[in-house]
Ligand binder design. Structure first.
Ligand code: FO1
Length: 302
């Protein structure tokens, strides 16, 4: 079993590559749920959905989130009556949100709903929320603590990040399916090229998870989301700068200190100080071929 820890866009790309090389029952993709929130009365799970849509071939590649061939009648109608439109839910995406919210309220777990939706959309590998208990990433900026999506989407990541917390993580139970997979000695644990601060560290903050990964006896292979000091997408590089650290592949590896056996990074990037076997491979994933090639480089270390 390959256990892949993932946030949204970058992680979903590698997960798709891995899904082309592995039998479905040998890939477990663990989704960050720290980005989840309640909005317009709906339960939103962005990273779970980005993974689901990507593995179903339904993802919106321009936006990097939501569904392809989307229409926005609901948002337009909502705006016309004065509703909140800063967080955009497309009409087709809305169906998933309405249905997930209904099922959660009826007492089903996020894991069960995610698995059922994925199956209905034709996704074969398992997409697993990191926990069925609520964990909420919160950002401390000049104005105080705000919920992640308010910082990420409404404020467009502009407020300076002073601290990050994963509210609820200390009491959340890591997904038992994930813990069982780690106990069963997986073929490898893959840390996808996602933002370490806000996509991977909420997963690693779950009680016992770091220890379970470090002790699982398998290679732990991270892929750098930084190329030549720049993030492929999103605020990763700026978050390092705000923490007083020069953004680099090595700076990302340092966030995973003590966990990694292998580190996949862009040819030409500086590996000085990284305590893991270095695998140089192209990490920019434009088309499907790039995603599969990177997945192949990752699996070659196992
Ligand atoms: N990101 C945006 O930048 N703007 C949006 O309006 C937005 C809506 C949205 C709706 C559903 C969903 O699953 C994701 C959505 N995202 C949006 C992406 C999301 O905020 C982030 O990409 C992740 O939380 C970070 O991984």
């Amino acid at each position: 079993m390959i256990v892949a820890l993932s946030g949204g866009i970058g992680g979903a790309k590698l997960a798709l590559g891995l899904s082309h090389l592995l039998p479905p029952d040998e890939l477990l993709v663990v989704a960050n749920t720290g980005d989840d929130f309640e909005h317009l009365g709906l339960s939103i799970s962005p990273d779970v959905d980005t993974l689901t849509y990507a593995l179903a071939g339904l993802d919106n590649q321009e936006l990097g989130w939501g569904r392809r061939d989307e229409s926005w009648a609901f948002m337009e109608a909502l705006g016309s009556i004065g509703g909140e439109t800063w967080f955009r839910l497309g009409d087709r995406d809305l169906a998933l949100h309405v249905e997930r919210t209904r099922r959660l309220r009826a007492g089903e777990t996020l894991s069960a709903i995610t698995a059922d939706v994925a199956r209905r959309l034709g996704v074969a590998p398992c997409i697993l929320p990191m926990s069925d208990d609520p964990v909420r990433t919160r950002i401390l900026s000049e104005g105080g603590w705000i919920d992640f999506q308010y910082w990420f989407v409404r404020e467009q990541t502009r407020p300076l990040v002073r601290a990050i917390e994963f509210a609820g993580a200390a009491l959340a139970r890591p997904n038992p399916v994930l813990m069982a997979a780690l106990r069963d000695r997986p073929r490898a644990v893959v840390i996808c090229p996602s933002n370490p601060f806000i996509s991977i560290e909420p997963i690693l903050a779950l009680p016992g998870l770091r220890e379970a990964i470090a002790g699982c006896g398998a290679p732990v292979i991270a892929v750098s989301p930084i190329i030549a000091g720049q993030a492929v997408k999103g605020p990763t590089a700026r978050m390092f700068q705000q923490a007083g650290v020069v953004p680099s592949a090595a700076a990302v590896a340092a966030r995973y200190a003590g966990l990694l056996t292998h580190y996949v990074m862009e040819p030409g990037d500086d590996a000085t100080g990284i305590e893991a076997a270095i695998i140089y491979a192209p990490t920019l994933m434009r088309g499907l071929e790039d995603k599969i090639a990177l997945a192949r480089a990752v699996l070659a270390a196992t």
